[in-house]
Ligand binder design. Structure first.
Ligand SMILES: C[S@@+](CC[C@H](N)C(=O)[O-])C[C@H]1O[C@@H](n2cnc3c(N)ncnc32)[C@H](O)[C@@H]1O
Length: 233
């Protein structure tokens, strides 16, 4: 990719803030260069503001499969920079209720302080609530309540940056998501890579499963990412 006129790559990264990940899991850092933001943990980039097409597709593909109905209850795992949340709000009615579970309190604070403008200040929408906890815990709290659970908490089932997130993608994690969904509800999972074993686990859990390949950018360019859509029959 060539440099734009602003040549963002020529501007050095500047650290804005850093914070501890709960549970002694290292640090998370917020960096900026020009208009671009990056959230990183131990050398791995969790999210970059330049590329967010597939994060939006996660919400669009899942919610387009739901019956039009009033009062959607939607759970999003991982706030990141709020792009999935903004796309969810775009697709949802005025009476929808959206809960975002975010593991790292600093990520919520950064969205309120530095990142909100990137996705249109979605945290200020009255349909949105945030819980600062592991989404595994949020999923386990209730049964048959969610119309959709949208998970983008890691690089996907085969690309974990946080080993504990394996609990979401293993058999018991999938069963917990299945039980937490209403009949007809959708589990959507974002991943940087294809993982046939995960497709198999979703099917064995009982989900009507489809694996979709999407591009990183809305323009149809960029790397290929994978989104699983699993419907509770
Ligand atoms: C790749 S980012 C999400 C990007 C987001 N979809 C967006 O549109 O900007 C992953 C987010 O999930 C959070 N996270 C990681 N593991 C989590 C967990 N188990 N529960 C809740 N949040 C988690 C990270 O702190 C990070 O904010």
């Amino acid at each position: 990719m060539g440099f734009s006129i602003e040549a963002p790559r020529m501007i050095p990264w500047k650290e804005i803030d850093r914070a501890k990940v709960p549970g002694n899991e290292g640090e998370v850092i917020l960096l900026a260069r020009g208009e671009e933001f990056s959230i990183r943990t131990s050398g791995t980039e969790l999210m970059n503001s330049r590329i967010h097409g597939s994060e939006e597709s996660l919400a669009e593909l899942a919610l387009s499969r739901l019956d039009p109905k009033v009062n959607w209850q939607i759970l999003i795992g991982g706030l990141g920079m709020g792009y999935t949340l903004a796309a969810t709000l775009e697709q949802s009615g005025s009476d929808a209720q959206i809960l975002v579970a975010e593991l790292i309190p600093a990520v919520v604070k950064w969205n309120q302080k530095y990142l909100g403008h990137l996705a249109g200040i979605p945290l200020e929408d009255p349909r949105v609530r945030v819980t600062q906890e592991d989404v595994v815990k949020t999923i386990g709290k209730q049964r048959a309540v969610w119309d959709a659970i949208l998970l983008d908490v890691d690089n996907g089932p085969a690309g974990l940056t946080r080993e504990a997130n394996d609990r979401l993608y293993g058999n018991s994690g999938l069963k917990a998501s299945f039980d937490a969904l209403r009949q007809g509800g959708i589990l959507a999972v974002w991943s940087s890579a294809v993982d046939e074993a995960f497709t198999g686990r979703m099917k064995r859990t009982g989900f009507k499963t489809k694996m979709v390949s999407v591009r990183a950018r809305k323009s149809g360019k960029g790397s290929k990412h994978t989104i699983w859509l699993g419907q509770r029959p």
